[in-house]
Design a protein around this ligand. Sequence first.
Ligand SMILES: [Zn+2]
Length: 341
Amino acid sequence: MIAVWSPTTLLHDPSAEIWIGLRTPGTEVAERVSRIREAVPAEWALAGEVPWSVLTSVHSEGLLRHLRDVYADWVSTGYPQDRVVPYVFPTPAMLGGMPGRMPVAVHGRAGLYAYDTMTLVGPGTWEAALMAASAAWTAARRVSEGLAYALCRPPGHHATRDGYGGSCYLNNAAVAAVTLRAEGFAKVAVIDVDAHHGNGTQAIFWDRDDVFYGSVHVDPGAGWFPHYMGFADETAGGTNLNVPLAPESGDEVWLSGVARLCEAAARWGAEALVVSLGVDAAADDPESPLRVTRDGYFETGRSLGGLGLPTVAVQEGGYHLETIGPLVAATLRGMGGQSLS
Ligand SMILES: [Zn+2]
């Protein structure tokens, strides 16, 4: 197995999340990276920097420049809040069909590309997000050497072409998918086993027939993020499959959902696979109500590995520091055809 990371991903320090008006300690912390590195035995390779042209095949120039520049602009104005937090959003409801103007104030501009208040931009955010995307890009370019794992932090599957949110800034899985396409794989499947629906990845590939997106996740219809998307009737004419699960679903229901995604990707004719590997569906995780065990994650890996495709696994969520490492390791062992211990 090839495992790719970058120490630069440790620099992202959002410090908190603003959730329903409350400032709460962030759970997407740098220690997640150290815990995973400790638990996954591999020769760790360093990511090379992803070309700008690859990033612009996934994201708009506007989002990329905003993420690159907004923290320095914010700090230079001397706001009392030391992280970039939007307070006004140019939603279609606000603009009423009019184009709107570029705000002069940085605090006006802060909501231009953010779609929630919990994804703060702080010191190191751009550098870390860039190198997380770079890890996905590097891993995808090395997929011919075997199972390739990218330890991406911050995660990415909630980032859309034009927007960031859900603790995600750049869509690492989408970068891996377009890189596999450029490497010559005609049909690429993204299977997302994070506890939450990857609305960003779904939206980025919605109109494309060369990338399939499938996701198993806690039902947004039961009140869970991303709330507006992730429902079973979002099919994109056959290249999108959502399997929303009720809260408290455990291994059996979860694994039947994973099996459905694998069958659909195989039937569609996928030539290569990107796995959005979140482990926040685990029983101990603070961010979801699903109850998947370590054995369940190992079996998830076995199902994905059973497809027999060139595979890039991209780290998404997983926030319980005591178990995140063993859960990721168990999934990767399953994917690689190894035994659990
Ligand atoms: Zn998640």
